[in-house]
Design a protein around this ligand. Structure first.
Ligand SMILES: [Ca+2]
Ligand SMILES: [Ca+2]
Ligand SMILES: [Ca+2]
Length: 226
């Protein structure tokens, strides 16, 4: 057998190595004395620590890179997990909204999610994956996408290029009796609260008949607020 007889050799080495945190291992050693005076030594070390790797970085989202506001678009991505675990994805739409974790998807399967944007701008969409043990991947690369509104006059729900009582009637018909929606829908949101309802018809009526603020000018400063 090899080795040094001077124990200082080993104590010096131990001092150099110092104290380390190492995962617990199951160690078993077996010695077999062979017939010709040799010894076979079998050492087996089993690591007891659970090792899980995070999913690979998802692919850059794929989908529309130019579109209309208030219109849903669907984006797709995929990635894999080294251990083949199921995956969840969350999407950062770059408008302040990050989706919940959506899943599960099989490792390598295409994942998708839909979103619509409310403000004309360029957005950088990205996505992240996690596996069933909550190990999170890096965020994907960015997909740049631009969304803009159709040209329209706020309050001109019937799209005839003027705002008058017929627009209030149009909104009321839409809200109460399933009439045609304002064209585009956002043109009916006279009070800029993100939905079209009877208060928008009231806004238009106030504007037309009693000199209320213009549609979409919620503070009366002459500028559009939505
Ligand atoms: Ca994993
Ligand atoms: Ca009109
Ligand atoms: Ca409204």
């Amino acid at each position: 057998m090899g080795g040094y007889s001077n124990p200082n050799y080993y104590t010096t080495l131990m001092d150099v190595v110092g104290v380390r945190q190492v995962p617990e291992v199951d160690l078993s050693v077996s010695l077999t004395f062979n017939s010709k005076g040799t010894i076979t030594v079998d050492v087996s070390a089993t690591l007891n620590t659970f090792i899980n790797l995070e999913p690979e970085k998802p692919s850059v989202p794929s989908g529309e890179t130019a579109g209309l506001l208030m219109t849903e678009y669907t984006y797709t991505t995929s990635t894999t997990d080294v251990e083949g675990q199921q995956l969840w994805y969350r999407w950062d739409w770059d408008d302040g909204e990050v989706s919940d974790w959506i899943g599960p998807y099989a490792s390598g399967a295409e994942a998708s999610a839909s979103h619509s944007w409310d403000v004309a701008d360029t957005y950088r969409i990205k996505v992240q994956a996690k596996d069933e043990y909550d190990a999170e991947s890096e965020w994907s690369g960015l997909l740049w996408a631009y969304f803009e509104g159709l040209p329209y006059i706020c309050g001109d729900a019937n799209a005839d290029e003027s705002v008058n009582v017929s627009d209030a009637v149009w909104i009321i018909n839409y809200v109460f009796i399933g009439g045609q929606p304002p064209d585009p829908l956002v043109s009916g949101d006279a009070n800029c609260d993100g939905s079209v309802n009877v208060s928008d018809a009231v806004w238009v009526i106030n504007y037309v008949f009693i000199g209320g603020f213009e549609p979409c000018d919620t503070d009366g400063n002459g500028e559009t607020d939505c």
